[in-house]
Design a protein around this ligand. Structure first.
Ligand code: ADP
Ligand code: MG
Length: 240
């Protein structure tokens, strides 16, 4: 039986909101507008996952699937230094792949499963999980097929999380809520519909605050308190 490992986000406030950090054996989804910090959180997790367990890390390697070309290895360096780790060694433990189509994204996951059975991984990042689906199925009448393929991809992610005791961190985009209407001040919702909502164990809604400040709220969890966490994006990664 595998036991849950909680990986620090770099911010104590955000960790507390999450009950200790992002969890293995489950899927954490972050959605929010452009520049809300989704990719910066991914970069910080790339490093913190490699910390020993007693330092709130996962003591494991990281797989990073990038669909938007926004991973920056040079960002990892100051984040590693902030945690007192060797940047070169940290970079060596991040397996990176860029995906260009949804099929490519799916095939990369199949390849990763083989790698994960050989080496101890604790984090899989998919940034973003849905962007390629929105491009590859952009035509009229393609939504049903898109959702079916998306469900397939998500069930792979769940399988990886459970089989290898990995935390999956995936990012999502926001779309205008057609049912929002003029009386709702922020008529935005996460993309992916019920299929994505169902797959995510926990959904984080990120938004911009003042300057480099960001605000995170747990989305759509009636059984959790409606708390918010405020954190900063700094050269050393996510912090309080
Ligand atoms: P998203 O993925 O949600 O679109 P990002 O995670 O890419 O957003 O966040 C981008 C923001 O992160 C930038 O607008 C900037 O405010 C902040 N940022 C990026 N790099 C740094 C850095 N080295 N130091 C401080 N803030 C940074
Ligand atoms: Mg991004």
């Amino acid at each position: 039986r595998k036991s849950v490992i909680r990986i620090t986000t770099g911010s104590q406030a955000l960790d507390e909101l999450l009950g200790g950090g992002i969890e293995t054996l489950s899927i954490t989804e972050a959605f929010g507008e452009f520049r809300s910090g989704k990719t910066q959180l991914a970069h910080t997790l790339c490093v913190s996952t490699q910390l020993p367990i007693h330092m709130h890390g996962g003591n494991g390697k990281v797989a990073y699937i990038d669909t938007e070309g926004t991973f920056r290895p040079d960002r990892i360096v100051p984040i590693a230094e902030r945690f007192g780790m060797d940047a070169g060694a940290v970079l060596d433990n991040i397996i990176y792949a860029r995906a260009y189509t949804y099929e490519h994204q799916y095939n990369l996951l199949l390849g990763l499963a083989a790698k994960m059975s050989e080496e101890p991984f604790r984090l899989l990042i998919v940034d973003s999980v849905i962007a390629l689906f929105r491009v590859d199925f952009s035509g009229r009448g393609e939504l049903a097929e898109r959702q079916q393929k998306l469900a397939q991809m998500l069930s792979r992610l769940i399988k990886i999380a459970e089989e290898f005791n990995v935390a999956v961190y995936m990012t999502n985009q926001v779309i205008a809520d057609p049912g929002g209407g003029v009386f709702i001040s922020d008529p935005k919702k996460p993309a992916g519909g019920h299929v994505l909502a169902h797959a995510s164990t926990i959904r984080l809604m990120l938004r911009k605050g003042k300057g480099e400040q960001r605000v995170c709220k747990i989305f759509d969890a009636p059984n959790l308190p409606e708390a918010e966490a405020v954190f900063q994006i700094t050269p050393g990664g996510i912090m309080d």
